[in-house]
Design a protein around this ligand. Structure first.
Ligand SMILES: Nc1ncnc2c1ncn2[C@@H]1O[C@H](COP(=O)(O)OP(=O)(O)OP(=O)(O)O)[C@@H](O)[C@H]1O
Length: 225
C-alpha cells in the first residue's frame, strides 16, 4: 500500500530573475512500512522536500498525499491537526520540552490531540528504545543519544502514518549515531513504521531499505520501489 506520494512537486524561491528551484518536479512513492533514506549534497533540496512531505511549508505547485489525503488541499488549521495525528517528526536537535520528563515528552503529541496514550504500545516503544529506566528524567539529564531516543519514541507513540527524520544523528558522535540508527531501523521493522530520513551521509543511508537520490531539486535515483 502506498502511504506517501508526491506528484510534480515544485518549490521555487525568489522572484523571476533570481529564482532558486529548490524542488523541480519531484515524483516519489513510499510504501507502508518502508524505511527510506533521501540523500543528496548540501543545497540539493533535501530539507525543502522534507518540509513539504510534512506539510510544514506549502509548495509552489504539485501534490503531496499522505495516507490517502492530499495535504495541501487542506486549510491551515486542518493541516495542523492532520500533521499532529499522522506525521511524526525527528529533528537533529531533538526538540524535547525541557520541563517534561521522558514519559511526558513521549506522550505529549497524543495528549495535545486530546487522546489517552495506548499504554501497552508506548511501553513497547520505550522498551525497544531502552528508556525504561529513564522515564522520570528531564531531558537535560540525558545524553544526546538518549535525548534522540526519546524524540524517536515521541514520534512513534501516536502511531503516525509516517515518521520524518531530518539528519537525526547530525549532532551525535559516530558510535552513538550507529546505535540510534540501529534503533530507528529496529523500530521501523518491529512496528511496521514508515520512516523517511534525510541525510547527506552515505554510510548512514545504507541502513535504509531504499535510497532516494536528489540533485538540484530533482530525483536522480530510487524514486519508486
Ligand atoms: N527560504 C529560502 N529562501 C531562498 N532559498 C532557499 C530557502 N530555503 C532553501 N533555499 C535554497 O533552496 C535550495 C535547497 O535547499 P535545502 O535546504 O532544501 O537543501 P539541503 O539539501 O537540505 O541542504 P543541506 O544539506 O545543506 O541542509 C538551496 O539552493 C537553498 O539555498
Amino acid at each position: 500500500m502506498t502511504i506517501l506520494e508526491t506528484t510534480k512537486l515544485k518549490k521555487y524561491y525568489g522572484s523571476e530573475d533570481t529564482t532558486v528551484k529548490a524542488l523541480d518536479g519531484i515524483d516519489l512513492t513510499v510504501e507502508s512500512g518502508e524505511f527510506v533514506a533521501i540523500v543528496g549534497t548540501s543545497g540539493s533540496g533535501k530539507s525543502t522536500l522534507l518540509h513539504m512531505l510534512g506539510g510544514l511549508d506549502r509548495p509552489t505547485s504539485g501534490t503531496v498525499t499522505v495516507d490517502g489525503k492530499e495535504i495541501f488541499a487542506l486549510k491551515d488549521e486542518e493541516l495542523t491537526i492532520f500533521r499532529r495525528r499522522k506525521i511524526g517528526f525527528v529533528f537533529q536537535n531533538y526538540n524535547l520540552v525541557p520541563v517534561l520528563n521522558v514519559y511526558e515528552n513521549t506522550v505529549l503529541p497524543i495528549q495535545l490531540d486530546g487522546n489517552e496514550p495506548d499504554k501497552r504500545y508506548v511501553d513497547r516503544i520505550i522498551g525497544t528504545l531502552g528508556l525504561e529506566s529513564k522515564l522520570n528524567n528531564l531531558p537535560n539529564n540525558l545524553s544526546g543519544g538518549q535525548q534522540q531516543r526519546v524524540a524517536i519514541a515521541r514520534a512513534l507513540a501516536a502511531k503516525p502514518a509516517i515518521v520524518l527524520a531530518d539528519e537525526p544523528t547530525g549532532n551525535l558522535d559516530s558510535k552513538t549515531s550507529q546505535d540510534v540508527l540501529g534503533l530507528l531501523k529496529v523500530t521501523s521493522e518491529r512496528f511496521s513504521q514508515t520512516i523517511v530520513m534525510i541525510t547527506h551521509n552515505e554510510e548512514i543511508a545504507q541502513l535504509a531499505d531504499r535510497i532516494i537520490r536528489i540533485e538540484d531539486g530533482k530525483i536522480v535515483g530510487g524514486g519508486s520501489k
